[in-house]
Design a protein around this ligand. Sequence first.
Ligand code: SAM
Length: 279
Amino acid sequence: MLSYQHIYHAGCFADVVKHLTLVNLLDYLTKKDAPMLYLDTHAGRGAYDLTDKLALKTGEANLGILPLWTKRAELPDVYKTYIKSLEQMNKGTELRYYPGSPALALELLRKQDRAVFCELHSGEQSHLRSSLPKKRVKKFIYHDDGLNILNALMPPIERRGLIFMDPAYELSSDYKNTADAITRAHKRFKTGVYCIWYPIIDERMHLPLTRGLEAIQDSPYLSLTFNLQKTQTIGMGACGLWIINPTYNLADIMHSVLQTLTTILNPGESSYKIFTHKV
Ligand SMILES: C[S@@+](CC[C@H](N)C(=O)[O-])C[C@H]1O[C@@H](n2cnc3c(N)ncnc32)[C@H](O)[C@@H]1O
Protein backbone atom coordinates (compact mmCIF):
# COMPACT_ATOMS: atom_id res chain seq x y z
CA MET A 1 0.00 0.00 0.00
CA LEU A 2 1.62 3.26 -1.14
CA SER A 3 0.98 6.26 1.08
CA TYR A 4 3.75 8.64 -0.02
CA GLN A 5 2.62 11.68 -1.98
CA HIS A 6 5.28 14.07 -3.16
CA ILE A 7 2.92 17.08 -3.12
CA TYR A 8 3.66 17.38 0.64
CA HIS A 9 7.34 17.99 -0.19
CA ALA A 10 7.09 19.77 -3.55
CA GLY A 11 9.75 22.45 -3.99
CA CYS A 12 11.61 21.53 -0.79
CA PHE A 13 15.39 22.01 -0.58
CA ALA A 14 15.94 18.38 -1.66
CA ASP A 15 13.84 18.92 -4.81
CA VAL A 16 15.92 21.97 -5.65
CA VAL A 17 19.20 20.01 -5.28
CA LYS A 18 17.96 16.96 -7.22
CA HIS A 19 16.32 18.95 -10.01
CA LEU A 20 19.35 21.21 -10.53
CA THR A 21 21.47 18.07 -10.88
CA LEU A 22 18.97 16.54 -13.33
CA VAL A 23 18.72 19.65 -15.48
CA ASN A 24 22.50 20.08 -15.68
CA LEU A 25 22.94 16.42 -16.65
CA LEU A 26 20.33 16.72 -19.41
CA ASP A 27 21.71 20.04 -20.59
CA TYR A 28 24.98 18.29 -21.34
CA LEU A 29 23.54 15.01 -22.69
CA THR A 30 21.23 16.75 -25.16
CA LYS A 31 24.10 18.69 -26.74
CA LYS A 32 24.92 15.63 -28.86
CA ASP A 33 22.45 14.94 -31.73
CA ALA A 34 22.33 11.18 -31.14
CA PRO A 35 19.03 10.01 -29.56
CA MET A 36 18.90 9.06 -25.91
CA LEU A 37 16.61 7.31 -23.45
CA TYR A 38 15.45 9.16 -20.36
CA LEU A 39 14.05 6.72 -17.81
CA ASP A 40 12.38 8.20 -14.72
CA THR A 41 11.77 5.17 -12.47
CA HIS A 42 9.77 7.08 -9.81
CA ALA A 43 8.14 9.89 -11.74
CA GLY A 44 5.57 11.32 -9.34
CA ARG A 45 2.72 13.43 -10.72
CA GLY A 46 4.77 15.56 -13.11
CA ALA A 47 4.02 19.03 -11.77
CA TYR A 48 2.85 20.46 -8.44
CA ASP A 49 0.61 23.34 -7.38
CA LEU A 50 2.34 24.99 -4.42
CA THR A 51 -0.96 26.55 -3.34
CA ASP A 52 -2.56 23.10 -2.91
CA LYS A 53 -3.56 22.61 0.73
CA LEU A 54 -1.33 19.53 1.00
CA ALA A 55 1.72 21.53 -0.12
CA LEU A 56 0.80 24.40 2.21
CA LYS A 57 0.39 22.01 5.14
CA THR A 58 4.15 21.40 5.34
CA GLY A 59 5.27 24.63 3.63
CA GLU A 60 8.52 22.96 2.63
CA ALA A 61 8.93 25.21 -0.42
CA ASN A 62 9.57 28.08 2.02
CA LEU A 63 12.98 26.58 2.76
CA GLY A 64 13.53 25.48 -0.82
CA ILE A 65 12.40 26.92 -4.12
CA LEU A 66 10.67 30.07 -2.83
CA PRO A 67 13.78 31.88 -1.46
CA LEU A 68 15.66 30.84 -4.61
CA TRP A 69 12.89 32.17 -6.86
CA THR A 70 13.11 35.55 -5.09
CA LYS A 71 16.82 35.74 -5.98
CA ARG A 72 16.45 34.40 -9.53
CA ALA A 73 17.81 37.54 -11.20
CA GLU A 74 21.13 37.20 -9.33
CA LEU A 75 21.83 33.52 -9.95
CA PRO A 76 24.84 32.27 -11.94
CA ASP A 77 24.47 30.67 -15.41
CA VAL A 78 24.35 27.13 -14.02
CA TYR A 79 20.79 27.96 -12.84
CA LYS A 80 19.62 29.31 -16.19
CA THR A 81 17.86 26.23 -17.62
CA TYR A 82 16.16 25.37 -14.31
CA ILE A 83 14.85 28.90 -13.77
CA LYS A 84 13.71 29.09 -17.40
CA SER A 85 11.54 25.98 -16.86
CA LEU A 86 9.98 27.55 -13.77
CA GLU A 87 9.32 30.79 -15.65
CA GLN A 88 7.65 28.89 -18.47
CA MET A 89 5.27 27.24 -16.05
CA ASN A 90 4.47 30.46 -14.15
CA LYS A 91 3.37 33.37 -16.23
CA GLY A 92 3.64 36.11 -13.60
CA THR A 93 6.08 36.92 -10.80
CA GLU A 94 4.43 34.56 -8.33
CA LEU A 95 5.73 30.99 -8.27
CA ARG A 96 2.64 28.81 -8.08
CA TYR A 97 3.53 25.74 -10.13
CA TYR A 98 6.61 23.65 -9.50
CA PRO A 99 7.74 21.16 -12.16
CA GLY A 100 8.55 17.62 -11.12
CA SER A 101 11.29 15.60 -12.79
CA PRO A 102 9.08 14.56 -15.79
CA ALA A 103 8.17 18.14 -16.69
CA LEU A 104 11.78 19.32 -16.32
CA ALA A 105 13.09 16.47 -18.44
CA LEU A 106 10.50 16.94 -21.21
CA GLU A 107 11.49 20.57 -21.48
CA LEU A 108 15.00 19.49 -22.50
CA LEU A 109 14.44 16.26 -24.44
CA ARG A 110 14.23 16.42 -28.25
CA LYS A 111 12.02 14.68 -30.83
CA GLN A 112 14.65 11.97 -31.42
CA ASP A 113 14.69 11.04 -27.70
CA ARG A 114 12.55 8.55 -25.79
CA ALA A 115 11.11 9.36 -22.36
CA VAL A 116 9.85 6.58 -20.09
CA PHE A 117 8.07 7.44 -16.85
CA CYS A 118 7.12 4.87 -14.18
CA GLU A 119 4.71 5.63 -11.36
CA LEU A 120 3.14 2.96 -9.17
CA HIS A 121 0.62 5.08 -7.25
CA SER A 122 -2.69 5.12 -9.20
CA GLY A 123 -3.65 8.69 -8.29
CA GLU A 124 -0.19 10.09 -9.02
CA GLN A 125 -0.02 8.14 -12.25
CA SER A 126 -3.29 9.58 -13.56
CA HIS A 127 -2.18 13.11 -12.56
CA LEU A 128 1.02 12.45 -14.51
CA ARG A 129 -0.90 11.41 -17.65
CA SER A 130 -2.92 14.62 -17.62
CA SER A 131 -0.15 17.03 -16.60
CA LEU A 132 2.64 16.26 -19.04
CA PRO A 133 3.34 19.06 -21.51
CA LYS A 134 2.55 18.26 -25.14
CA LYS A 135 5.92 17.91 -26.78
CA ARG A 136 7.23 15.94 -29.73
CA VAL A 137 9.21 13.48 -27.65
CA LYS A 138 8.34 9.75 -27.70
CA LYS A 139 6.68 9.37 -24.30
CA PHE A 140 5.70 6.20 -22.45
CA ILE A 141 4.03 6.10 -19.05
CA TYR A 142 4.00 2.84 -17.09
CA HIS A 143 1.75 2.24 -14.11
CA ASP A 144 4.33 -0.23 -12.85
CA ASP A 145 7.30 -0.76 -10.55
CA GLY A 146 10.18 1.39 -11.79
CA LEU A 147 12.75 -1.22 -10.80
CA ASN A 148 11.03 -3.85 -12.99
CA ILE A 149 10.92 -1.46 -15.93
CA LEU A 150 14.60 -0.63 -15.43
CA ASN A 151 15.36 -4.33 -15.58
CA ALA A 152 13.23 -4.77 -18.71
CA LEU A 153 14.71 -1.85 -20.68
CA MET A 154 18.44 -2.37 -20.21
CA PRO A 155 20.36 -2.00 -22.43
CA PRO A 156 18.35 0.64 -24.32
CA ILE A 157 18.29 0.52 -28.11
CA GLU A 158 19.71 4.07 -28.22
CA ARG A 159 22.84 2.95 -26.29
CA ARG A 160 22.78 6.37 -24.62
CA GLY A 161 20.68 7.20 -21.65
CA LEU A 162 20.00 8.82 -18.31
CA ILE A 163 18.33 6.74 -15.62
CA PHE A 164 16.89 9.06 -12.98
CA MET A 165 15.88 7.30 -9.76
CA ASP A 166 14.01 9.14 -7.05
CA PRO A 167 12.32 6.53 -4.84
CA ALA A 168 10.15 7.48 -1.86
CA TYR A 169 12.07 5.04 0.41
CA GLU A 170 8.89 4.16 2.31
CA LEU A 171 10.32 0.76 3.23
CA SER A 172 13.81 0.30 4.68
CA SER A 173 14.37 -2.47 2.10
CA ASP A 174 14.03 0.14 -0.71
CA TYR A 175 17.64 1.27 -0.17
CA LYS A 176 19.15 -2.15 -0.84
CA ASN A 177 16.62 -3.01 -3.56
CA THR A 178 17.52 0.18 -5.42
CA ALA A 179 21.27 -0.59 -5.24
CA ASP A 180 20.66 -4.18 -6.40
CA ALA A 181 18.52 -3.03 -9.34
CA ILE A 182 21.20 -0.55 -10.46
CA THR A 183 23.94 -3.16 -10.09
CA ARG A 184 22.00 -5.49 -12.42
CA ALA A 185 21.22 -2.70 -14.90
CA HIS A 186 24.82 -1.49 -14.94
CA LYS A 187 26.04 -4.98 -15.86
CA ARG A 188 23.98 -4.70 -19.06
CA PHE A 189 24.42 -0.99 -19.69
CA LYS A 190 27.81 0.08 -18.34
CA THR A 191 27.99 3.41 -20.16
CA GLY A 192 24.60 4.70 -18.99
CA VAL A 193 24.36 7.72 -16.73
CA TYR A 194 22.56 6.76 -13.51
CA CYS A 195 21.45 9.48 -11.09
CA ILE A 196 20.08 8.31 -7.76
CA TRP A 197 18.63 10.57 -5.08
CA TYR A 198 18.38 9.57 -1.39
CA PRO A 199 17.38 11.25 1.88
CA ILE A 200 19.90 11.57 4.71
CA ILE A 201 18.09 10.93 7.97
CA ASP A 202 20.28 8.46 9.83
CA GLU A 203 23.38 7.01 8.13
CA ARG A 204 22.34 3.47 9.03
CA MET A 205 19.31 3.85 6.76
CA HIS A 206 21.06 4.78 3.52
CA LEU A 207 24.29 2.77 3.93
CA PRO A 208 22.83 -0.30 2.16
CA LEU A 209 22.28 1.98 -0.85
CA THR A 210 25.61 3.83 -0.90
CA ARG A 211 27.67 0.70 -0.10
CA GLY A 212 25.90 -1.16 -2.90
CA LEU A 213 26.58 1.69 -5.35
CA GLU A 214 30.21 1.95 -4.25
CA ALA A 215 30.69 -1.72 -5.08
CA ILE A 216 29.77 -1.19 -8.74
CA GLN A 217 32.98 -1.63 -10.73
CA ASP A 218 34.38 -0.08 -13.92
CA SER A 219 32.55 3.26 -13.93
CA PRO A 220 33.46 6.62 -12.43
CA TYR A 221 30.98 8.26 -10.07
CA LEU A 222 30.26 11.55 -8.38
CA SER A 223 28.50 11.71 -5.03
CA LEU A 224 27.24 14.88 -3.44
CA THR A 225 25.44 15.75 -0.23
CA PHE A 226 23.64 18.92 0.79
CA ASN A 227 22.96 19.67 4.46
CA LEU A 228 20.37 22.28 5.29
CA GLN A 229 21.44 22.43 8.94
CA LYS A 230 24.71 22.20 10.85
CA THR A 231 23.34 19.67 13.27
CA GLN A 232 21.18 16.69 12.40
CA THR A 233 17.55 17.28 13.34
CA ILE A 234 14.61 14.91 13.41
CA GLY A 235 13.47 14.13 9.88
CA MET A 236 15.32 14.94 6.68
CA GLY A 237 17.90 17.69 7.20
CA ALA A 238 20.11 16.59 4.32
CA CYS A 239 20.06 14.64 1.09
CA GLY A 240 22.45 13.00 -1.33
CA LEU A 241 22.78 12.23 -5.02
CA TRP A 242 24.94 9.53 -6.55
CA ILE A 243 25.77 9.81 -10.23
CA ILE A 244 27.41 6.92 -12.07
CA ASN A 245 29.24 8.00 -15.26
CA PRO A 246 28.78 11.72 -14.51
CA THR A 247 28.87 14.07 -17.49
CA TYR A 248 31.99 16.10 -18.24
CA ASN A 249 32.49 19.01 -15.76
CA LEU A 250 29.45 18.07 -13.63
CA ALA A 251 31.64 18.39 -10.53
CA ASP A 252 32.55 22.01 -11.40
CA ILE A 253 28.94 22.82 -12.24
CA MET A 254 27.60 21.34 -9.02
CA HIS A 255 30.25 23.17 -6.96
CA SER A 256 28.95 26.42 -8.39
CA VAL A 257 25.28 25.39 -7.93
CA LEU A 258 25.68 24.22 -4.32
CA GLN A 259 28.01 27.04 -3.27
CA THR A 260 25.35 29.53 -4.37
CA LEU A 261 22.64 27.47 -2.69
CA THR A 262 24.43 27.69 0.69
CA THR A 263 24.18 31.47 0.46
CA ILE A 264 20.40 31.36 -0.10
CA LEU A 265 19.03 28.34 1.79
CA ASN A 266 19.65 28.68 5.52
CA PRO A 267 22.87 30.73 5.07
CA GLY A 268 25.55 30.17 7.72
CA GLU A 269 24.06 26.76 8.52
CA SER A 270 23.85 24.91 5.21
CA SER A 271 26.81 23.14 3.63
CA TYR A 272 27.66 20.67 0.87
CA LYS A 273 30.24 18.07 -0.12
CA ILE A 274 31.18 16.67 -3.51
CA PHE A 275 33.27 13.56 -3.97
CA THR A 276 34.45 12.19 -7.31
CA HIS A 277 35.78 8.73 -8.01
CA LYS A 278 37.63 7.91 -11.21
CA VAL A 279 38.38 4.43 -12.55
C1 SAM B 1 9.95 11.21 -4.50
S1 SAM B 1 8.55 10.89 -5.46
C2 SAM B 1 9.06 11.25 -7.10
C3 SAM B 1 9.21 12.69 -7.41
C4 SAM B 1 9.63 12.97 -8.83
N1 SAM B 1 10.76 12.14 -9.23
C5 SAM B 1 10.01 14.41 -9.00
O1 SAM B 1 11.21 14.76 -8.93
O2 SAM B 1 9.13 15.22 -9.25
C6 SAM B 1 8.53 9.13 -5.52
C7 SAM B 1 7.37 8.57 -6.33
O3 SAM B 1 7.60 7.17 -6.52
C8 SAM B 1 6.34 6.49 -6.51
N2 SAM B 1 6.65 5.07 -6.25
C9 SAM B 1 6.82 4.42 -5.09
N3 SAM B 1 7.23 3.15 -5.30
C10 SAM B 1 7.36 3.00 -6.65
C11 SAM B 1 7.80 1.97 -7.50
N4 SAM B 1 8.19 0.79 -7.00
N5 SAM B 1 7.83 2.18 -8.83
C12 SAM B 1 7.44 3.37 -9.36
N6 SAM B 1 7.02 4.41 -8.60
C13 SAM B 1 6.98 4.24 -7.27
C14 SAM B 1 5.58 7.21 -5.42
O4 SAM B 1 4.18 7.03 -5.61
C15 SAM B 1 6.02 8.66 -5.64
O5 SAM B 1 5.13 9.34 -6.49
